[in-house]
Design a protein around this ligand. Structure first.
Ligand code: MRU
Length: 337
């Protein structure tokens, strides 16, 4: 597998080759590849990689379990692994590669559809705040939250983006700013704690974020800090929109309280640019995600369209008719009529 190594951005665009499942697992854990939909594709290709190396189904299934366990919050990872395993069980190593390729193609198509559906949510001249990176890099192309921005720009609207830097790993500053700059979309990076003042000053018209998992009741897990932005947006009467493919909707998880939140190593916070900034011996807590209660979400855009309340029924309907629903024969081309 050949992946953009997101750890090296924005200084260098380099690629990482993963020839084994172990190297892929380490790439996922260290965020060389990250972002829920990109993890789904990485998981599916990881199963293909395992199937390429062995004829023993039990070894492939064990590898699939190891890959799925690398990051617990983004449900797309488990979903991508399951898509590939389903294909493997019915058609072996050749079918699993086809299924992984389809995960990629479907994700790009889903993101482009999200961009089209969301056009009316973005006014001409809108100043859009986003968090973390939910763009090309986090998906298989185009992006979810940034897909909303790209869709609006493609429709001829002038849009400028505020990217929260996204402590501690700076996905907003490093990745969102990098890809928007390459796309020629006006971007300003702010520290995460500047969002409140900017909203109070009337500087933000819309908040758009991606998601790592959407529970059946509409609660949304996304990069830590998202919940705070949702509360701020409500206080300042700014629309708060979540954009995600239906593969991010997890109907088996009833509420946000049931979503496992990944705890990451303390040194991601305690060490900045190689220098220790938290005294040794002081506790550090590093949850990678938080959960935004559904009541703070104004609209949720998937490839099916714009979902609004009541969340349970609309999310179930989106999941049923979206690209994420398994087809009986995974080698069939998707039906997108
Ligand atoms: O820890 P990360 O960088 O994988 O977290 C990513 C996010 O929180 C994204 O907002 C989310 O996965 C949506 S990506 C389209």
């Amino acid at each position: 597998m050949r992946l953009v190594d997101q750890r090296a951005l924005p200084e260098r665009l380099v690629f990482l080759e993963c020839a084994t499942v172990a190297s892929l697992c380490s790439a996922i854990r260290s965020l060389a590849v990250r972002g829920a939909p990109a993890l789904g594709a990485a998981g599916a290709f990881g199963v293909a990689l395992a199937a390429h190396h062995t004829d023993r189904p039990t070894t492939v299934v064990a590898a699939a379990r190891r890959i799925a366990a690398t990051r617990p919050t983004a449900v797309n990872l488990r979903w991508g692994v399951e898509q590939a395993l389903m294909a493997y069980r019915s058609g072996g190593a050749r079918a699993v590669l086809g299924a992984a390729r389809r995960v990629v193609a479907d994700d790009i198509a889903a993101n482009e559809a999200i961009g089209r559906h969301a056009v009316d949510l973005v006014d001409d001249g809108a100043r859009v705040l986003t968090h973390c990176n939910a763009g090309h890099l986090a998906t298989c192309g185009y992006g979810t939250a940034l897909g909303v921005v790209r869709g609006a720009v493609a429709a001829g609207k002038r849009v400028s983006v505020y990217a929260g830097e996204t402590r501690p790993l700076l996905q907003g500053a490093r990745l969102t700013a990098w890809e928007l700059e390459r796309s020629g979309i006006e971007t300003t990076v702010i520290v995460d704690s500047a969002a409140a003042g900017l909203m109070a000053a009337g500087g933000i018209d819309l908040v758009v974020v991606g998601a790592d998992r959407i529970a059946a009741n509409g609660d949304v897990a996304n990069k830590v800090g998202t919940y705070g932005l949702a509360v701020l947006a409500r206080h300042h009467r700014i629309p708060f929109v979540v954009a995600a493919p239906t593969s991010t909707i997890d109907l088996a998880t009833p509420t946000g309280a049931d979503i496992p939140v990944e705890q990451r190593p303390a040194d991601e916070i305690a060490v900045v640019g190689g220098r220790r900034v938290v005294p040794r011996g002081v506790a550090v807590s590093n949850p990678a995600f938080d959960v935004t209660p559904a009541r703070f979400v104004g609209a949720l855009v998937t490839e099916v369209g714009i979902a609004t309340r009541p969340w349970r029924s609309t999310l179930a309907a989106h999941r049923r008719s979206g690209f994420a629903t398994g087809r009986a024969d995974p080698t069939d081309p998707p039906d997108r009529t």
